[in-house]
Ligand binder design. Structure first.
Ligand SMILES: NC(=O)C1=CN([C@@H]2O[C@H](COP(=O)(O)OP(=O)(O)OC[C@H]3O[C@@H](n4cnc5c(N)ncnc54)[C@H](O)[C@@H]3O)[C@@H](O)[C@H]2O)C=CC1
Ligand SMILES: O=C(O)CCC(=O)C(=O)O
Length: 450
């Protein structure tokens, strides 16, 4: 690794010692950038990396709300506007008790390179709150969203910053957030939020986009490996929005997800989550707010493994699609022992750095990085922004074909750049190098404005 990268990493560790998730992603990304950074000694003089690891702006605010019993609660809200060099800030909002500044910064940093990979003009941001929508009534979620937006609105706009959903924020929350934004702004400025309902400017395929995009990426991997998706078994974790899109597209293409998971454990369904009834039931489980995957096992009479993760099942493909750091060394060792060939990250940073390195060191394993694999969500959000600007809606075929084409391009572009730098079929390094280069070029061209 270059001396410059080493120095910046050491400084980041010192400055952000209490932000483990942020340090983890910075270490992972910077650890792959030497081929470009070494070829550009001019980066050091203008402190390009030092600027890239510091958010342009971090907003932290109080979110008071009243529950159904009249009791007031206070949560903490965040928006981290990480890097706006290639476009307005763009990235989702996460509502989960685990949300803190470290998690917001890791997600904003990742989002910057992911958005660059999509080829669309979007900078990187992330936001959210330590509010847990699970177990809350609709009215409580609405009051929370209204209070959250009452502060957030002054920091966002169609050319400034465009939030969307992420973990814990789906169509319902986006509706409430946009309703309050419209009220405060006094204008139908729907290009400020994506993931909206169809009746007020949402794009077709946005709910499915992250999962569909991930499967399109897997198709491109299969093509590279002279293999096919049809007939493959897949271990999926999570049962939320992204897992749902994955299951739908896999079923359509003749493969099957055989596991789903939640905080309570995982289910194993040997027939696959392939029928319309099972796939639709995932939506019901998510909407119930119970956050329990055991309900699937009870309804369809399949095995439930309480307190366990699904990664030890012998399958053809593993796709973690729930939380960060779901896969540690113990899970990685099980996958290797099972002879797994395809490890496809979907959730943001689902793998610890030591487990990721271990998996990447296996000669017969293909490892695909989340910032490329899950880019379909923000990509269709970008297409939603285009449609809102045009005041026009594209058809499902138009959106889906753009999604398919760009996801294939993300895979092929990452593979090509990794080969060019002599790294072989290294999709992790390839994605980082492609994502970084565009942001670096834009920052260099814009001077030391930030
Ligand atoms: N929604 C989107 O468009 C995008 C989401 N992502 C990432 O994909 C992942 C999943 O997001 P969504 O499906 O949107 O969220 P979601 O809120 O719809 O679902 C999250 C899932 O994770 C499960 N989960 C929560 N805590 C868990 C735990 N401790 N152990 C195991 N499972 C747990 C929940 O039960 C739920 O099934 C997240 O990492 C998110 O950042 C990435 C790109 C876009
Ligand atoms: O659609 C978006 O803007 C957000 C997507 C997102 O949060 C992500 O890519 O992690």
């Amino acid at each position: 690794m270059s001396k410059y990268i080493d120095r910046v990493l050491a400084e980041v560790k010192e400055k952000n010692a209490n932000e483990p998730e942020f340090l983890q992603t910075v270490e992972e990304v910077l650890g792959t950038l030497a081929p470009i950074v070494d070829a550009h000694p001019e980066y050091e003089k203008v402190a390009l990396l030092e600027r890239m690891v510091e958010p342009e702006r971090t907003i932290e605010f109080r979110v008071p709300w009243v529950d159904d019993n009249g009791q007031t609660h206070v949560n903490r809200g965040y928006r981290v506007q990480f890097n706006g060099a290639i476009g307005p800030y763009k990235g989702g909002l996460r509502f989960a008790p685990s949300v803190n500044l470290s998690i917001m910064k890791f997600l904003g940093f990742e989002q910057t390179f992911k958005n660059s990979l999509t080829t669309l003009p979007m900078g990187g941001a992330k936001g959210g709150s330590d509010f847990d929508p699970n177990g809350k009534s609709d009215a409580e979620v609405m009051r929370f969203c209204q209070s959250f937006m009452t502060e957030l609105y002054r920091h966002i706009g169609p050319d400034v910053d465009i939030p969307a959903g992420d973990l814990g924020v789906g169509a319902r929350e986006i509706g409430y957030l946009y309703g309050q934004y419209r009220k405060i702004r006094g204008a139908f400025e729907n290009g400020t939020i994506t993931g909206k309902g169809r009746s007020f400017g949402g794009s077709v395929i946005r709910p499915e986009a992250t999962g569909y995009g991930a499967v399109y990426y897997v198709e491109a991997v299969m093509k590279h490996e002279n293999d096919t998706l049809a007939g493959k078994t897949v271990a999926v974790s999570g049962f939320g929005n992204v897992a749902w899109g994955i299951c739908k597209k896999l079923a359509e293409l003749g493969a099957k997800a055989v596991t789903l998971s939640g905080p309570d454990g995982y289910i194993y369904d040997p027939d696959g989550v392939v029928t319309e009834e099972k796939i639709n039931y995932m939506l019901e489980m998510r909407a119930s707010g119970r956050n329990r995957v055991q309900d699937y096992a009870d309804k369809f009479g399949v095995q439930f493994f309480p307190g366990e993760k699904p990664f030890g099942q012998k399958v053809d493909i593993v796709m973690p699609a729930a939380m960060q750091n779901d896969v540690h060394m113990a899970e990685a060792e099980k996958m290797v022992a099972n002879g797994l060939k395809y490890y496809i990250e979907v959730a943001n940073m689902p793998t610890t750095n030591d487990a990721l390195k271990y998996l990447m060191s296996q000669p017969n394993m293909v490892v695909a990085p989340s910032k490329a694999v899950n880019a379909g969500g923000v990509l269709v959000s970008g297409l939603e922004m285009s449609q809102n600007s045009e005041r026009y809606s594209w058809t499902a075929e138009e959106v889906d074909s753009k999604l398919h084409q760009i996801m294939t391009g993300i895979h092929d572009g990452s593979a090509e750049v990794a080969e060019r730098y002599g790294l072989g079929y290294n999709l992790v390094a390839g994605a980082n190098l492609v994502g970084f280069q565009k942001v670096a070029d834009a920052m260099m061209a814009q001077g030391i404005a930030w």
